[in-house]
Design a protein around this ligand. Structure first.
Ligand code: IMP
Ligand code: MG
Length: 177
């Protein structure tokens, strides 16, 4: 099996690049169907979502805007449960249809924090597109509108996701051994 070693840990191939691209196709088609007439503002959550966002936007064939927010909650392979905002939002979202682009929803703490902050700014609507979702560790109530893959509760890397800074550049997704 294909493996990678990052710092002190070894990871085995879990989702291939081809499978990821097929999931991005599905997500893009669903977003196009729902949002094509509303010129949405896509809000990408950095760092992890950069690769998913890049692949997704190449398939979005209608007028839209793209902006970025930077959040961090993980240290090593554990969520700290506290979300740090490192770069805030620079534009108004009042009256806009917003689509949040995330790499992964795990406990849901990061996303819930972000939703609470965004709703204060009175957008017309907020949808969520996440490349990955871990239903077994999800503790919140909000709906995730578009999901690439629902996966078991293992720590994964690649396709934007990191282990202490490494692994974001891998085109496939790997799970910890
Ligand atoms: P949550 O707040 O527990 O939902 O965690 C969300 C954030 O933690 C994600 O946006 C990721 O950046 C990070 N994260 C969660 N699970 C993993 C994982 O398996 N590998 C790498 N990062 C992860
Ligand atoms: Mg993230």
């Amino acid at each position: 099996m294909k493996t990678v070693t990052l710092h002190d840990k070894t990871f085995g191939l879990c989702i291939s690049s081809a499978e990821i691209q097929a999931a991005v196709d599905r997500v893009a088609m669903a977003i196009i169907e729902d949002m094509k007439d509303s010129c949405p503002l896509f809000l990408v959550v950095l760092n992890g979502a950069f690769m998913f966002a890049g692949d997704l936007f190449k398939r979005i064939n209608f007028n839209c805007e793209v902006t970025f927010m930077k959040l961090a909650s993980y240290q090593g392979t554990e969520s700290t449960g506290m979300v740090k905002k490192l770069i805030g939002l620079s534009e108004s979202i009042e009256g806009r249809d917003v689509v949040i682009i995330e790499d992964i929803v795990d406990s849901g703490i990061t996303m819930e924090n972000m939703l609470n902050e965004l709703y204060i700014l009175q957008p017309a609507s907020i949808r969520i597109a996440s490349c990955l979702f871990k239903p077994a560790s999800f503790t919140k109530k909000f709906k995730i509108d578009y999901v690439g893959f629902s996966i078991p509760n293992d720590f994964i890397v690649g396709y934007g996701l990191d282990y202490d800074g490494l692994g974001r550049n891998l085109p496939d997704i790997y799970k910890i051994n």
